[in-house]
Write a protein that binds this ligand. Structure first.
Ligand SMILES: Cc1cc2nc3c(=O)[nH]c(=O)nc-3n(C[C@H](O)[C@H](O)[C@H](O)COP(=O)(O)OP(=O)(O)OC[C@H]3O[C@@H](n4cnc5c(N)ncnc54)[C@H](O)[C@@H]3O)c2cc1C
Length: 443
């Protein structure tokens, strides 16, 4: 991480911790009510912290570059997920502690007889249970991603106003103007983020559309689309970065998907994405036609050798469709006549469907690159490496100079492969700080 990024990272973490913990500090440091049970105070403080976290959750996924930059988009999304679970536990502990304190609180669960304040409080907790349950069990229950995303957003957008109403009508816990002021700040932050992500950002994308120039079939069930900006300059990107694309709908539909920009960063006003059919959206990519309008939001991501200009050698590792960011790196290096040594472990289940294999072989002529094709189920006459990429294959090619501080490793592939290879790289002596990964799963 560069020093400026480190400083920014520390600043964001401090600001986030301050915003999240302030309700707790105020409750502890503020005036006490004589005779109020400590368990009641604890129950309210935990709920306040939980709700402060929830109110800030939208900011984490708003893809604000300044916030994502020090950490990386995947880390911010991962944090959003984990801190969401923590917020749920904090909020959920609020009624549980109240019931432990006094069983008469149970009567508020009866939404037919309780007041609006408690009806909305119960509603907020139920919605929060729904959010966490769907996020945890989405894959097991085979809930389609788009369906989950839609309801995740709706539940969260409704849950927060319900909980805020519950707080604003919460008697002496926010009786003083400055305590109310704090919750007004959270409410404003929440409204502004929703406004930014749901209205301002989509409008900006609509003003700068892209047009499909070409749709091409590749090996391995992959389709490459080439896009060009319509009446605007497009954007500059670093090799290995990704962008979000919306097709067939407007950006207001919140139905965009992330894909690596696989083309060379040296190509101006032209962007390629190579997309494997893995579900509803990706299956339709081949139906796009030249001239079709799409919306592209990018670039994002930090998986790029351009972030490490001092590096002397590059070790690239790709599995399956994880080859796309590596292709962008290789194509850009070739266009820049970058002759730094490259060791490329190119892995696939089979040889025939290996996407871009001819181009990778051609690129060897333009680059100072050694390619090690590693095939899980190779053809009979196969002379290259076989099976999964493991320590013994890595150690065979990564001589001590490749394990020095001057090598940066870029790894992208299916999650099980990445976990295994990351472990093998660490075991073979490569420092963690030099291993960079891109996971094709943000949620
Ligand atoms: C940074 C990044 C770069 C990627 N680059 C490529 C690439 O170059 N080529 C390629 O083929 N694939 C790439 N992917 C994966 C691609 O985004 C998914 O395969 C695609 O979105 C699946 O959508 P679907 O509707 O076809 O399938 P679904 O069955 O709906 O989804 C399959 C899985 O893909 C993920 N996914 C689906 N939709 C979204 C979404 N809107 N946002 C985030 N994740 C989603 C979810 O984990 C989901 O479980 C990349 C993913 C990420 C995060």
């Amino acid at each position: 991480m560069k020093t400026t990024n480190k400083v920014m990272g520390m600043l964001w973490v401090s600001l986030y911790s301050f915003l999240v913990l302030t309700p707790l500090i105020i409750l502890i440091a503020g005036p006490k009510f004589i005779g109020r049970p400590a368990l009641l105070d604890l129950s309210v403080s935990l709920a306040f912290v939980g709700l402060a976290i929830m109110a800030l959750q939208f900011i984490l996924t708003a893809r604000i570059k300044e916030i994502n930059s020090p950490f990386g988009t995947d880390i911010v999304y991962y944090f959003h997920r984990q801190i969401g679970i923590a917020a749920f536990l904090l909020v959920f502990s609020h009624p549980i502690l109240l019931f432990i304190l006094d069983s008469r609180y149970l009567r508020f669960l009866n939404v037919f007889s309780s007041s609006l304040r408690y009806q909305l409080g119960v509603g907020a907790v139920l919605l929060l249970i729904g959010i966490v349950w769907m996020a945890e069990y989405r894959q097991k229950l085979k809930i389609p991603y788009w369906f989950w995303k839609l309801w995740h957003g709706i539940f969260a957008s409704v849950m927060i106003p319900l909980a805020l109403y519950h707080i604003f009508t919460g008697g002496n816990y926010i009786d003083l103007p400055w305590k109310k002021g704090l919750w007004i700040v959270y409410s404003i932050l929440f409204i502004l983020t929703v406004l930014y992500t749901r209205v301002i950002y989509p409008l900006r994308l609509i003003k700068n559309p892209y047009r499909i120039k070409q749709v091409k079939q590749e090996r391995g069930g992959v389709w490459t689309i080439t896009m060009e900006p319509v009446n605007h300059k497009g954007f500059q990107f670093m090799p290995g970065q990704f962008a979000w694309i919306t097709a067939w709908k407007t950006p207001f539909s919140d139905s965009e998907h992330p894909f690596t920009i696989a083309s060379s960063s040296e190509e101006k006003n032209s962007y390629q994405m190579s997309i494997k059919n893995l579900g509803k959206f990706t299956a339709k990519i081949q139906t796009l036609k030249p001239g079709d309008k799409v919306f592209v939001d990018g670039p994002y991501g930090y998986f790029s050798m351009d972030r490490y200009p001092e590096t002397v050698r590059l070790c690239l590792i790709a599995g399956g469709i994880g080859i796309t960011p590596i292709m962008s790196i290789l194509r850009s290096m070739a266009d820049r006549n970058d002759q730094r040594p490259v060791m490329f472990f190119c892995c696939n289940q089979e040889w025939e469907p290996l996407t871009f294999r001819e181009e990778v072989e051609d690129l060897q002529k333009r680059l100072n690159m050694k390619v090690i094709f590693t095939i899980e189920r190779p053809p009979q006459d196969w002379k290259g490496e076989k099976g999964f990429l493991n320590s013994s294959i890595l150690n065979k090619y990564l001589t001590p100079e490749w394990k020095s501080g001057k090598t940066e490793v870029f790894l992208c592939g299916p999650t099980p492969m990445m976990n295994a290879v990351e472990k093998a790289l660490l075991a073979s002596g490569l420092p963690e700080s030099q291993i960079h990964t891109e996971r094709f799963a943000l949620a």
